[in-house]
Design a protein around this ligand. Structure first.
Ligand code: UT7
Length: 329
């Protein structure tokens, strides 16, 4: 039996960082940001006491409430993140503690912007094999914790946020997560989008702080090119493997990094604009959070019906990328 999504939820911090706010901090302007990225504003988790696990906890509590189940029924929690509260213990264990899922085991998975699709695939395996009945998958990133707000090339792009789902066995054959393709290319990706400080290669020291090694570095142009090509290719692959034409697809749910990347992917798929989910204008790039946040919004808006065909695609640091085909139950 395939795995199906039985609940969705999202959490976005209330504090807004707009393009106009950034104009006061950096040599940039609303027109440049909007035309190059499609982003108008992003959310920032301001409270220094709160980190990624807080957002995961908010998502987890909502998921339990929406599904109407007790925390003790959750078998496994996977948190996809590249901004864990700490290197260890896993943010998934902190989340387990917040929501009181005492019977769950829990671990983090890091595939950057593709983290949610990777985690969805890992979680699906446990459902398909009959090992687990209820798995919580959360994608969450506090990107503001790794952004240099004096670097205009990255500060404008990212925001904080989290989204998640509960996965359970599909009620009927032919529904749920029907196909997944995941990829990685460390050879071309490893130097293009990274944070060099704080790991075992460059443990935190005065020097790593002075050299700003605890912030994101991105070769924007190269990542942009790779993202456009890879997301379009994997979307095409998902369509042809599942005999889907543009008319069959109800929604494309792409990773939200840049509206131009989203448009290029949709164009390659031959999709009408209204089938393309986009909230990058409001939240920027929340990394592992983007896709589950989009799913939660579609769900809240009542747009997901039995039989709806969704194609999810992502691209991120690593490089990592992938596509997923879901027939909504
Ligand atoms: O989620 C992970 C995947 N990440 C992505 O998908 C991001 C991929 N990359 C991008 O989205 C784009 O490359 C960016 C939005 C980051 C940059 O857009 P671009 O069209 O590739 O601009 P660019 O980096 O080629 O820079 C063009 C110019 C440069 O000036 P010069 O060298 O031409 O004089 C930059 O210095 O724009 C300048 N620039 C800015 N100007 C105003 C860079 N950032 C800014 C800024 N405001 N914030």
């Amino acid at each position: 039996m395939k795995a199906a999504i039985t609940a969705t939820a999202k959490y976005l911090p209330a504090n807004i960082l707009s393009n106009h706010d950034l104009e006061l901090m950096l040599e940039t302007n609303d027109e440049w940001i909007l035309s190059r990225t499609g982003i108008s504003e992003r959310r920032i988790l301001k409270d220094p006491e709160k980190a990624t696990s807080f957002m995961c906890g908010e998502v987890g509590k909502q998921l339990l409430e929406k599904r109407g189940i007790a925390a003790s029924e959750i078998d496994l929690i996977i948190v996809a993140t590249m901004t864990p509260d700490m290197l260890f213990p896993a943010t998934a264990c902190l989340t387990q503690s917040i929501i009181g899922a005492t019977n769950a085991w829990a671990f983090d998975l890091n595939a950057a912007c593709s983290g949610f699709l990777y985690a969805l695939n890992v979680a699906s395996g446990f459902i398909e094999n009959g090992i687990h009945k209820k798995v919580m998958v959360i994608g969450a990133d506090k990107m503001s914790s790794v952004i240099d707000y004096t670097d205009r090339s990255t500060a404008i792009l990212f925001g904080d946020g989290a989204g998640g789902v509960i996965l359970e066995p599909a009620k009927e054959e032919g529904y749920g997560i029907l196909d997944t393709r995941l990829y990685a290319d460390g050879t071309n990706g490893k130097d293009r989008l990274l944070m060099t400080g704080g790991g075992s290669l460059n443990p935190a020291s005065h020097e790593t702080v002075d050299k700003k090694m605890h912030y994101i570095y991105q070769d924007g142009r190269q990542v942009f090119k790779a993202a456009v090509t890879s997301m379009a290719e994997v979307a095409g692959e998902i369509m042809s493997r599942n005999n889907l034409c543009a008319d069959d697809i109800d929604y494309l749910v792409p990773h939200q990094a840049n509206q131009r990347i989203i448009n290029a992917t949709a164009e390659r798929m031959g999709l009408d604009e209204k089938k393309v989910v986009s909230n990058v204008a409001r939240y920027g790039n929340t990394t592992a959070g983007t896709i589950p946040i989009c799913l939660a919004e579609l769900d809240e808006e009542g747009k997901l019906h039995t039989g709806s065909n969704l194609v999810l695609v992502s691209f991120g640091a690593g490089y990592t990328w992938g596509g997923v085909y879901i027939k909504w139950q």
